[in-house]
Design a protein around this ligand. Sequence first.
Ligand code: SAM
Length: 213
Amino acid sequence: ADHSFDYPARPQDVDWHAMYPNIQEGQQVSFADIGCGYGGFLVTLGEMFPEKLSIGMEIRVKVSDYVVDRIKALRHKSGEAGGAYQNIACIRTNAMKYLPNYFAKGQLEKMFFLYPDPHFKRAKHKWRIINQALLSEYAYVLKKGGLVYTMTDVEDLHKWIVSHMEQHPLYQRLDEQAANADPITPKLYQSSEEGAKVVRNKGDHFLAIFQRL
Ligand code: SAM
């Protein structure tokens, strides 16, 4: 339940240095993996973008603890402070509620929603991690020109996401050519645990990338 969430009043109240020991003065998190699960994609982001800080946000305490331990182990293996994986971190939070507590206006360059949990019943639609109110909140923390990546194996959810994003005045979907040209695109299929499962089961994936206008 939410009463157990400890969350900052403002982004500047977060102890970023505790999460990113090598963070430079004035440096900020650029990429956010929302509902990061076991952190497979977060690790990929850290490897692909050594100069950027990436954060995973995960609501389940056991899962976020796992990711924190996973990052600790990766840092240790790569030689601690001078090594790799200093640029990724995971926090346990409800990303549907607290994003503006963590990120300033226009801060994020990329947000990822990879295999978000679908809620099928109409009454539950407001709990979907993509809805009109939340899209405005995501637009607030995103930089102009920033990108939102969405991937799901549930076609109905994909359609829901695309229709809501396209209705929203602050987003424009990238065409197929632009989406396929993004170096992150091939990683989206494999490097999250959920994605790898779908690939193993030879299921469908539905990708959409949107630009913050
Ligand atoms: N993105 C990962 C992947 O592709 O493997 C995990 C996908 S899993 C199906 C969805 C994850 O989102 C779960 O780990 C769940 O706990 C998390 N989640 C759901 N609602 C959330 C919220 N409001 N805030 C943060 N995480 C959330």
